[in-house]
Design a protein around this ligand. Structure first.
Ligand code: FAD
Ligand code: NAP
Length: 592
């Protein structure tokens, strides 16, 4: 009793009178008092919960969908959608022990089907008709990322950077192999770039098919639609239908570009079309100012095929750290030559007899200052929307989130226990390839008894591949202030010019920001890093490693006092930051 009295006091439970008295042993051997029998059961239920809104939930309970290995369906698992998430999930399910797995992937052509779009290459316009009819784009296995997303986008981004490098190379002693004194700029062939990019994509499509076959996953190039809780109607390209059944389903159908809703919207192309465009885009109007709009505007301007105007409804990259976005926007404007027209929305697109497109745009609520400009191409990039209706889920009573049109899930499980969802189709998730892949893999392991891990959707790094890349992970400064209070937040900032650019006249500025939360750890004051934002060349490569460090609880003390930089690199700038925003001191770096 003497020992018990002392023990109760030491764990802060002097009033505990019953047996047992249960404590949780923390990693540092300190004890957290849980309570008696009922309290302990309640605690276990909380941490084992699948409710993602519960902070203590750490483990997903597998098999809550009453899985039975002796089922009589055609497949253990059917994955609908063979994109980043669906391919990863179906392959991992086989590895995790599922016997029969199928993945459906079917691409509906982009809405350009029968529409005409203007010709724009100035060379071609003299040779052939002004109007070229293009078919709606369609593509092979692999989904958005490989066919009309990350892969062609990164290659075209690199193509544009190569042009920049070549222009700068004179300062480093390079001369054109056959000097032509009349040519002041490099010439770029859109057709060569597009054909090589498309060939590369076809190689990946083929590789994916081979991989599925080798791993024993059945690939069905068919459109799936639920006609019963465990039954899909599948339709092939010729319209032939059949039904298949499965014990479990994973929906990984992603999204497609959100269509514009203005007169003449059908004259605009989208990211589904740009990477396979049969002709050079020419002078282009980009609608939207998110990831896709600014990335496309950046590489189109870099390829020097024509002027690029961007219609910005509110502000560029609205949800990103705005100080950092400022450097990306300035670079787009001043260096890449993109015109960012802020505070405007498109109002109509009209095809002119010349084949060019006349775009009227202005303030959303007034026509007083509307302007009209002529373009060769209009590229709409105003977000992406899923097509859940086509899946027939409403017949099962599964409805989409009213705002996003996506599926609401808990640990990737919908409200129908044997139907799961991953990737872009998930409400509140991030539309990023690695997120879809990890969600697919971890879900497959959980479903077939090979793991309990959940995706941690916090602190996921991403990069906007604008000519000056924007790498980001964690809170923007504004979001950190909202989350933790202005008095608990500060930011280290640095404006610098990479060594490689110092031979240029008037080189553009780069920028790095580390957002910190002032807090305590083991009784000591620390500056916990809660956000990193970099606008620089290769930001995409730099931010990855720092994201890992943030996952491990990176503090400013570790970054500045324990991490030794690699010199001379852009990555080392983060280890050298001295100036906080609160100090109001100059954050322009001078010297090495
Ligand atoms: P998807 O890859 O979209 O795959 C879904 C597949 O399901 C598609 O093939 C679709 O045709 C098919 N499908 C749909 N309905 C059915 C049905 N009923 N039956 C059968 N099949 C169906 N992310 C990054 O991380 N980095 C980047 O740099 C990046 N760049 C991007 C650039 C662009 C231009 C775009 C558009 C996106 C980019 N993304 C990037 C986002 C990334 O491509 C997506 O997050 C990712 O592809 C989502 O994967 P998913 O598996 O959810 O869906
Ligand atoms: P996004 O980043 O959400 O941006 C949409 C843009 O369109 C915003 O600027 C928005 O303006 C504007 N907009 C929306 N409706 C409009 C309208 N009716 N008229 C004019 N402008 C309008 O979407 P996205 O660029 O299409 O990209 C979709 C997703 O794909 C991204 O969220 C991202 O996850 C993924 N992606 C990732 C990468 C990458 O990782 N590098 C690259 C491309 C895409 P407001 O700001 O005013 O709302």
């Amino acid at each position: 009793m003497e020992w018990l009295a002392g023990f109760r006091d030491s764990v802060g439970a002097p009033d505990h009178k019953t047996s047992p008295i249960v404590c949780f042993v923390n990693p540092d051997n300190s004890l957290k008092y849980l309570g008696g029998r009922d309290d302990t059961l309640a605690w276990c239920r909380r941490i084992l919960s699948t409710d993602s809104s519960n902070d203590e939930a750490t483990v997903a309970v597998p098999n809550v969908d009453a899985w039975n290995a002796q089922h009589t369906f055609d497949y253990d698992l059917v994955v609908i959608g063979g994109g980043s998430g669906g391919l990863a999930c179906s392959k991992e399910a086989k590895k995790a022990g599922a016997t029969k797995v199928a993945v459906l992937d079917y691409v509906k052509p982009s809405p350009l089907g029968t529409k005409s779009i203007s010709m724009c290459s100035s060379v071609f316009t003299h040779l052939v008709s002004h109007v070229l009819y293009i078919k709606g784009s369609k593509w092979g296995l692999g989904g958005t990322c490989v066919n009309v997303g990350c892969i062609p986008k990164k290659l075209m981004h690199y193509a544009a950077l190569l042009g920049d490098y070549a222009q700068e190379s004179g300062k480093f002693g390079w001369q054109a192999p056959t000097p032509d004194t009349s040519a002041t700029t490099l010439q770029h062939s859109w057709d060569t770039l597009r054909d090589n990019v498309q060939d590369h994509i076809k190689g990946i499509n083929f590789g994916y098919r081979v991989e599925l076959r080798e791993q024993g996953v059945t690939y069905l190039n068919k459109l799936g639609k639920f006609v019963g809780p465990n039954t899909l109607e599948v339709t092939d390209a010729k319209g032939k239908t059949a039904t298949i059944t499965a014990a479990r389903f994973v929906i990984a159908t992603g999204g497609r570009p959100t269509p514009l809703s203005i007169p003449g919207a059908e004259l605009a192309i989208s990211s589904d079309d740009i990477f396979s465009l049969p002709h050079a885009p020419g002078k282009t109007c980009v609608i939207g100012a998110g990831y896709i709009a600014l990335e496309c505007a950046g590489f189109l301007a870099g390829l020097k095929q024509g002027a690029v105007d961007v219609l910005v409804r509110s502000t560029p990259l609205r949800t990103f750290d705005q100080d950092t976005v400022g450097y990306v926007s300035s670079h787009l404007r001043d260096h890449a030559g993109v015109q960012l027209i802020e505070g405007v929305v498109p109002k109509s697109i009209v095809k002119l007899p010349s084949g060019r497109l006349s775009v009227t745009f202005g303030k959303a609520q007034s026509t007083a200052e509307d302007r009209t400009e002529e373009y060769d191409t209009v590229l709409s990039a105003t977000g992406r929307t899923p097509d859940l209706q086509a899946l027939g889920l409403d017949t099962l009573g599964l409805t989409a989130h009213p705002e996003s049109g996506k599926l609401v899930t808990t640990n990737e499980q919908t409200t129908i226990p044997h139907i799961y969802a991953i990737g872009d189709i998930v409400h509140g998730g991030l539309e990023l390839t690695p997120v879809a892949i990890l969600a697919g893999k971890l879900l497959a392991r959980r479903l077939f008894g090979q793991g309990t891990d959940l995706v941690d959707y916090k602190n996921i790094a991403s990069v906007v591949f604008t000519p000056l890349e924007l790498g980001t992970v964690g809170y923007s400064e504004a979001d950190a202030i909202e989350a933790f209070g202005a008095e608990n937040v500060d930011a280290y900032v640095s404006q610098f010019v990479p060594l490689e650019w110092t031979l240029q006249e008037n080189p553009p500025n780069c920028f790095a920001k580390v957002v910190i939360r002032k807090t305590q750890q083991r009784g000591k004051d620390v500056e916990l890093v809660v956000g990193i934002h970099i606008a620089s060349p290769h930001a995409s490569e730099i931010v990855q490693g720092y994201a890992l460090a943030m996952k491990q609880g990176l503090t400013m003390q570790t970054l500045l006092n324990e991490t030794i930089g690699i010199h001379p690199t852009i990555g080392e700038e983060l280890t050298l930051m001295k100036v906080t925003k609160s100090s109001s001191a100059s954050f322009k770096k001078t010297g090495c």
